[in-house]
Design a protein around this ligand. Structure first.
Ligand SMILES: *[C@@H]1O[C@H](CO)[C@@H](O)[C@H](O)[C@H]1NC(C)=O
Ligand SMILES: *[C@@H]1O[C@H](CO)[C@@H](O)[C@H](O)[C@H]1NC(C)=O
Ligand SMILES: *[C@@H]1O[C@H](CO)[C@@H](O)[C@H](O)[C@H]1NC(C)=O
Length: 371
């Protein structure tokens, strides 16, 4: 009887697993990444996290006044936007990629995402407008397209380029919102020859001279405001299924039709689906924009603790050094098979099985301090 009950229990668990995890994975053809967390039923599961801080030194990025248009600033850099109320820094680390067989066959070149310093992630930091406002944001390209031989980093890169260009050229129009900016920039992406096909998330904000942060978020990138190292405001993740975020997509009609014939459907969300937020800022607030390479690994409490540790240990530490050290630590735990990452915990909750392990991914952050 007991054995029987156990079996039923296990069968139920597997049914739930199949329904929740496996089925959506196959149904959503372009779910961003496979599930790589190894189940470790025997290992003791601790909800406590061990996001500790190493004192590894980093090759420091350079500092300069403005981002060269279309180029990504060096990781660990302070991005001086002097005439504003904000210090801004960026840091990133692309995940290790194997050359893809299919891509090599078709193009005889490694996937462009392999050469991108940010992988399929991208970011932008605009110049300051005359009134002192600045736009910043991150975008995470959907990886699946690389396997079909396309440049899956093009769409997030071009989206960031257009967001920056639109803001710098027309941002002083009063009333420009991040969501409006996203709508305009995505039209540019649709029209751009540089983007053949692809999907991307986007999380962008406008920092205003009167201490407001306006944010638009589509998908599972993230923005949070820390006051005295406590999270006070954050964006919500937008997902269709577990591990399948909302995404802006550009897919040629013939490929959509082809998929329809096989009863498949691509996920194509609209900039109108983005959530919009406006938050009040205070001097000393820390704002983090991050792709899911961060949030799939560490929870916000740990981010706050990390920032506190860094700034309290060294009051003169540069923002660029903090953001680089942060990315370094996220990279480290993402490769740790015993780390109870947010992703593993979510998976454990969904399946009732114990999962452990970090989640390797492109990791990109913009860290802002309100002066
Ligand atoms: C700026 O606005 C003008 C007038 O509305 C428009 O023609 C132009 O394309 C816009 N430029 C950008 C980069 O958005
Ligand atoms: C943002 O956080 C502040 C401080 O906790 C809070 O008063 C405010 O209501 C929050 N804003 C939103 C839109 O949740
Ligand atoms: C504090 O941070 C500054 C700037 O990032 C760095 O140059 C300095 O070496 C740090 N001091 C200590 C004691 O770590």
């Amino acid at each position: 009887m007991a054995v029987r009950a156990n079996r039923t229990n296990l069968a139920t668990k597997w049914t739930i697993y199949l329904l929740l995890i496996v089925v959506p994975m196959f149904v959503s053809l372009i779910a961003k990444r496979g599930l790589r967390c190894a189940a470790q039923p025997g290992s003791k599961f601790t909800p406590k996290r061990c996001f500790s801080f190493s004192s590894k030194t980093w090759n420091k990025g350079y500092q300069h006044d403005f981002l060269p248009s279309g180029a990504v600033v060096a990781s660990g850099s302070n991005v001086g936007v002097e005439e504003t109320a904000y210090d801004i820094s960026v840091a990133y680390s692309p995940k290790k990629r194997e050359p893809l067989g299919s891509f090599r066959r078709q193009n005889r070149e490694p996937s462009p995402a392999m050469k991108s310093p940010t992988g399929e992630d991208n970011l932008f930091v605009s110049k300051a407008l005359d009134d002192g406002s600045v736009a910043i944001g991150v975008a995470d390209g959907v990886g699946g397209w690389a396997e079909a031989g396309y440049d899956s980093s093009a769409i997030s890169r071009e989206l960031c380029n257009f967001l920056q260009k639109r803001f710098e050229e027309n941002g002083s129009n009063s009333g420009l919102s991040p969501k409006g900016l996203l709508q305009d920039a995505f039209k540019d992406v649709i029209g751009s020859e540089k983007v053949e096909i692809g999907g991307t998330t986007a999380c962008l904000g406008i920092l205003t001279p009167d201490y407001k942060l306006k944010v638009a978020n589509l998908g599972d990138s993230w923005c949070g405001v820390f006051r005295d190292y406590e999270l006070v405001n954050e964006t919500k993740f937008q997902t269709h299924n577990f591990n399948t975020p909302f995404q802006l997509a550009k897919i040629p009609q013939h490929i959509i039709k082809q998929a329809e014939l096989q009863n498949r459907r691509y996920i194509i969300d609209s900039p109108n689906d983005a959530d919009a937020y406006t938050w009040d800022l205070k001097k000393g607030d820390l704002i983090l924009f991050a792709t899911d390479g961060v949030t799939d690994n560490v929870v916000s409490e740990d981010i706050g603790r990390f920032l506190k540790d860094k700034f309290e240990l060294n009051s003169s530490i540069s923002l660029g050094d903090v953001s680089q050290a942060f990315v370094d630590n996220v990279v480290r735990v993402s490769k740790d098979a015993n780390y109870p990452s947010s992703f593993a915990q979510e998976l454990s909750k969904l399946t009732g099985l114990k999962y452990l392990g970090g989640k390797e991914d492109d990791i990109t952050v913009i860290l802002v301090r309100v002066k």
